[in-house]
Design a protein around this ligand. Sequence first.
Ligand SMILES: *Cc1c(COP(=O)(O)O)cnc(C)c1O
Length: 372
Amino acid sequence: MSRARIPFLSLAPSDDAQEVRAAIDRVIARGWFVLGPEVEAFEAEFAEAMGGGRAAGVGTGTDALALILRGLGIGAGDEVITTPVSAAYTALAIVMAGARPIFADVDPDTLLIDPRRIEEAIGPRTRAIMPVHLYGQAADMAAIERIASRHDLAIVEDCCQAHLATAGGRPVGTIGAAGAFSFYPTKNLGALGDAGAVLTRDPALAERIRRIRNGGQTERYRHQEAGINSRLDEMQAAVLRARLPRLRDWTDRRRRLAAAYRRALAGAPVTLLAERDAGHVYHLFVARSPARDLLREHLAACGIETLIHYPVPIPRQPALASQAPAACPAADAACAEVLSLPLHPGLGDDAAMEVAGAIAAFAPRAAAPQRR
Ligand SMILES: *Cc1c(COP(=O)(O)O)cnc(C)c1O
């Protein structure tokens, strides 16, 4: 429990509380809890809201990524190129599928995977590229598509932070072979627990993933392949259906807050990440400072809660270090400097201005020598 005056997030249903409660009551009254009418309806509504194709509800965003790889036949002996700056789950999903993650460093201005570094990481075992639309901003999909088509690689989009984001006007998740979405409670569209979905325009891939998520069953008690158990449950699907109609407004609010932060922080002692695509949905608003830890303490003393996404580049995680020794200097530098500011649809303009004011007033002694 945070006791900050301006908490980083607030997860309790508020403007949507009534619809969420009605959805839960509806599921309880029906008495059907796994793979039923709510999941089926959510899959159709979510796919339509995200710009088309088919959706498959699954247990988590991590499972969605791993299931896409399995559905594409990518596994043992294969390599998948991804970014060092993301939730570690991106790379863990590659490991779950039996493949090996290879890390391509990020563009320091956006912290999105750098297409030039992808090109250098391609080898004879490379099967796919897994870009992450980090913080809500789409990766450079035009460049990634050119590389993928030149080398005959699949693109698997990690859309876990990017519901409704677009890349050059095209909805994320509809550009590559498939996209993975998470509805972890803190995401732009959050459930009241774990939940995820796959989005794809390929009906055969959607069908295969629906089978694998449910033990590989083709019909009840007939297991065609060794699938897993990763189903979206009816309660979460009903909650997500109640919230989905608000996502557009919530996203607009995030964009307005981000624009207000950008105006208010011009001239402040922090560097902001570049907005390269107007389709950015601002899952997170991230600033950089060489005195990051002192800035974080200063803000905490002002009653403002911040978080760090992410403190450790994925290839430096002990769990993944042996997988890929590749150097990612831009990721190393970024992870030492990034700080995520409070930004969520319930954050008021006054609170955002207070955050910006506190940052502007930050005068780190530790940073002084760098200004000589
Ligand atoms: C949250 C997240 C995941 C994992 O999603 P879960 O639903 O928590 O498994 C993967 N990638 C990114 C970029 C995320 O933000």
